[in-house]
Design a binder for this molecule. Sequence first.
Ligand SMILES: Nc1ncnc2c1ncn2[C@@H]1O[C@H](COP(=O)(O)OP(=O)(O)OP(=O)(O)O)[C@@H](O)[C@H]1O
Length: 278
Amino acid sequence: MLVFSDLEDQSGIWKDTRDLFSSDFLYNSKDSEYNDEIYLDALDDIQDRVWECGGGKISAYGLPTSRNREKVTNVIRREKAYNRERLSEEVAEKSPMLNEKQRIVYDTIMTYVNGRDNNQVGAAGSNGFFLAAPGGTGKSFLLNLILDTVRSQGRIAPAVASLGIAATVLHGGRTARNMFKIPIMEYNEVRACSIKRNTETAKLLLMTTVLVWDEVVMANKNTLASLDCTMRDILWVPAFMGGVPFVCAGNLRQILPVIRGGGKNDKLIQCLKSSWSG
Ligand SMILES: Nc1ncnc2c1ncn2[C@@H]1O[C@H](COP(=O)(O)OP(=O)(O)OP(=O)(O)O)[C@@H](O)[C@H]1O
């Protein structure tokens, strides 16, 4: 809204809503009340997002100046900023709530993730997990518990979803396109993501313990292929997603990818289920 809309009285809006904008940072901090540091964290986050969508300094839009940082979207800082104590409490509270099937999935994935050394391929079994289940059966609940568990151990677990609204349900979720700079591709085209070596995002992928993608069925299969070939390239490992444990979830009975001007066949061809091999 700051970049693309003509908002009036941005500084007034910030004053009225800054607690709402900063609530995640308060939750993840050791403080119990809002303070200037928490507001600065929120302003840094807003600044990162404004830069991501091509805007300038937020002070130019009438918001208070954020910290005087370089123009870097520091994805690693964001992924490491979780309050491990609070996450451990959350895991201790939510873990006993898993039902029998969720427990089997959680244990299988966590055993795989914990059983392999960070950033090394070699644990037995496939590193790809696909939770296919009807809506409302607790897929996101389970993904969030996996994310909280891994992050409470101080390890990195980026979480993405195919659409913005789905990303809001995931803890620390972002859209896959935004996180991995997945290019807009023609029908049946696969191009690598715009992630250069030595960038923050490339370093993040090298540090990743587990990668989570919710509502994956809504994504065109080319976007997953794009991420797959990028991960293989950046990690220099010729295995699926560069060997990084990849957990995705979706419901094949829900919304298939949208193909502009396409018919049912096109949707089925571009769906994850008729995906690539290798
Ligand atoms: N084991 C559980 N204990 C308590 N609540 C749960 C449990 N599993 C899921 N829920 C709750 O059930 C609701 C639906 O779960 P969730 O959103 O994870 O389902 P979903 O399979 O991801 O649905 P959709 O595919 O429609 O996104 C949520 O409110 C979630 O908190």
